[in-house]
Design a protein around this ligand. Structure first.
Ligand code: PLP
Length: 395
């Protein structure tokens, strides 16, 4: 057995449950197991735990009198925000605007609606990965009912101009949804002040458990359920409440926001050093979206004339966990739709790595990558015919 230290730099894919979050959840798996919807008094504790979690989250997100709907994951909340909204509001219009860099939970919900007769506009982004409010303005029609633009991109960390985009949507009487799965816990968010009508979050991206998500919905927004059945969540999401998960997501959000400022600057220092050192040591490499405002834990680096998948395998052999493209598309050899939309040529997009930092990372993790990756790149390029061609052209 190897006792090799693991360097985990893939926190945008998922995070470990924080110890105090786990501790808060544990009683609800065993002693406090009752169904919160039952009549007997032992259920009341659980009902109270769910409503208490809802109130705390509502306050932390600035939700005012809006609703917090607990779901099974970020993907489910994205589906409800888009499909559930479209179904409830289709009499008002059948046009939805989104961007070409969304998570597949948003893109594929839109594709599904396209098959049901909705028209979808996929906005382009700049080379820095930004959606332009002027492009949104041009795309709006009298048929547009919904605009869905992500808060921060999972692959590059680029933060979109959410408040400006929401203003454009509202000026045309459309509702504004944002997939904030990567932003919640990392950026300050106040849905009321920012003009966000619908917001998606997922616990496992901020040190909460897998299998629990949130959809915030402004009180005025009409929504259909995606999961049909009992009257849980005021008829917006059937299914016995995931009480441990709901207790966990509230505890995780509280902790993430309490630590946010200090942790953000700590991770930014690590990220910036890694990025600077890799770009200096690896010729023909660049960072994607680095000129835009980014999540301070994320860097996405394109290393030309090389396959991302091969680098991943060699890094893995050194105990270093990173990702190429998004977790959902790795395993396929399609280049990242996000990088393609940013104008990175397909052959270079293939050679991209995402490093995403978290609470457990230290300077030693940065040192490990700086020590290993440039040598891996050199070895792989020495075997690469495209690198050979590139060197000949340069002569
Ligand atoms: C991870 C992620 C999702 C999906 O969340 P799950 O809880 O895994 O379903 C959606 N959007 C973004 C931006 C993500 O990073």
């Amino acid at each position: 057995m190897s006792d090799k230290r693991i360097v985990y730099l893939d926190h945008n894919a998922t995070t470990a449950v924080a110890p105090d979050v786990l501790e808060a959840m544990l009683p609800y798996f065993t002693g406090k197991f009752a169904n919160p919807m039952s009549i007997y008094s032992i259920s009341q504790d659980n009902r109270k735990a769910v409503e208490d979690a809802r109130e705390r989250i509502s306050r932390l997100l600035g939700a005012g009198d809006g609703r917090i709907v607990f779901s099974g994951c970020g993907s489910e909340s994205d589906n409800q925000a888009i499909i559930g909204f479209a179904m409830a509001n289709r009499a008002k219009g059948k046009h939805i605007v989104t961007s070409s860099i969304e998570h597949h939970a948003v893109l594929n919900s839109c594709k599904y609606l396209q098959k049901q007769g909705f028209e979808i506009t996929y906005l382009p982004v700049t080379n820095d990965g930004l959606v332009r409010p002027s492009d949104l303005e041009k795309a709006m029609t009298s048929e547009t009912i919904l605009v869905s633009i992500m808060f921060a991109n999972n692959e590059t960390g680029v933060v979109e101009p959410i408040e400006e985009l929401a203003k454009v949507a509202h000026a045309h009487n459309a509702v504004f949804h944002t997939d904030a799965v990567q932003a919640v816990g990392k950026l300050p968010i106040d849905v009321s002040k920012m003009g966000i009508d619908l917001l998606t979050a997922s616990a496992h991206k901020f040190y909460g458990p897998k299998g629990v998500g949130i959809l915030y919905a402004n009180r005025k927004v009409r929504l259909d359920p995606i999961i049909h059945g009992g009257e849980q969540e005021k008829g917006l999401r059937a299914g016995t409440e995931n009480v441990p998960g709901i207790v966990g997501i509230a505890a995780a959000l509280e902790k993430a926001l309490a630590d946010r400022e200090s942790e953000t600057s700590r991770e930014k220092t690590l990220r910036d050093r890694l990025e600077r050192e890799l770009l200096a040591r690896i010729p023909e490499s660049f960072a994607n979206g680095a000129k835009a405002e980014r999540l301070s834990n994320t860097t996405n680096i394109t290393i030309k004339y090389i396959e991302g998948e091969s680098m991943l395998l060699f890094l893995n052999a050194s105990g270093i966990c990173v990702s190429s493209g998004s977790a959902c598309t790795s395993g396929s050899l399609e280049p990242s739709h996000v990088l393609l939309a940013m104008g990175v040529p397909a052959e270079h997009a293939h050679g991209s790595l995402r490093f995403s930092f978290g609470r457990d990372n230290t300077d030693a993790d940065v040192d490990a990558v700086i020590e290993k990756l440039p040598a891996i790149v050199e070895r792989l390029r020495a075997m690469s015919p495209v690198w050979e061609d590139h060197l000949k052209e340069g002569r």
